[in-house]
Ligand binder design. Structure first.
Ligand SMILES: Cc1cc2nc3c(=O)[nH]c(=O)nc-3n(C[C@H](O)[C@H](O)[C@H](O)COP(=O)(O)OP(=O)(O)OC[C@H]3O[C@@H](n4cnc5c(N)ncnc54)[C@H](O)[C@@H]3O)c2cc1C
Length: 185
């Protein structure tokens, strides 16, 4: 059983998956590859002067794969329900149980709403500062939780916050994923 099911593999979902997979939580990402990044060219992502959205996605996917996440590309999630000890994620080709779920479905919020996550007045999924929704152990990030003023950097930040909160819950203490140059020596 995966620890974390990430629904949507755009910048927000891949960022959440990077943190959880890198820190040894079994992580599965489902993605139908309709990310807005395919239409974007970035000049405003700090640390990268200029990059095509497609190339950004290629690098991000490889990075997440290299850290051990299982990326189920092309597999659509059709339902997420509460189960005894977590969630049951139904896709167009199977069923998966997971302890945590992260909704990063871009502008589509139906799955989170179907699970019972409260929506804000603007129709986005209501979250706290850790990107937790009103349903325990369910998170939302990126466009799913923001109506406008959205950028790739904001989605990546939201996914990171969700990933860190899940890791903190698992470890029972506030967790920072801090690496140092020593690890590269
Ligand atoms: C024309 C255009 C230009 C842009 N230019 C810039 C720019 O210059 N700089 C910048 O920072 N941002 C730019 N953006 C915005 C940027 O693309 C978004 O901020 C970013 O893609 C949002 O990331 P996200 O992960 O929140 O959502 P998305 O990128 O939309 O990813 C959501 C993913 O979830 C998947 N999904 C949805 N439902 C399901 C399901 N049921 N099962 C499985 N998968 C599912 C989708 O297929 C998609 O891959 C631009 C956007 C557009 C449209």
């Amino acid at each position: 059983m995966p620890d974390v099911a990430v629904v949507g593999g755009g910048p927000a979902g891949l960022s959440a998956a990077l943190f959880t997979a890198k820190n040894d939580l079994e992580t599965v990402v489902f993605d139908t590859d309709e990310t807005a990044m395919h239409a974007a060219w970035l000049y405003n992502y700090l640390g990268i002067e200029s990059i095509a959205g497609d190339e950004f996605m290629e690098i991000a996917r490889k990075q997440v794969d290299d850290h051990g996440a299982e990326r189920r590309q092309g597999e659509e999630v059709t339902d997420v329900e509460r189960a005894d000890d977590g969630f049951t994620v139904t896709t167009d080709s199977g069923e998966y149980d997971a302890e945590y779920v992260v909704f990063t479905t871009g502008r589509s919020r139906d799955l989170a709403e179907g699970l019972g996550c409260e929506l804000a007045d603007d129709g986005t999924v209501e979250i706290d500062t850790n990107n937790a929704t009103t349903v325990e152990n369910a998170y939302a990030a990126g466009w799913t939780a923001r109506a406008d003023k959205i950028q790739a950097a904001i989605s990546v930040g939201g996914g990171a916050a969700a990933g860190l909160d899940i890791l903190s819950a698992e470890k029972g203490r506030a967790f920072h994923d801090f690496d140092t140059p020593k690890e590269e020596e």
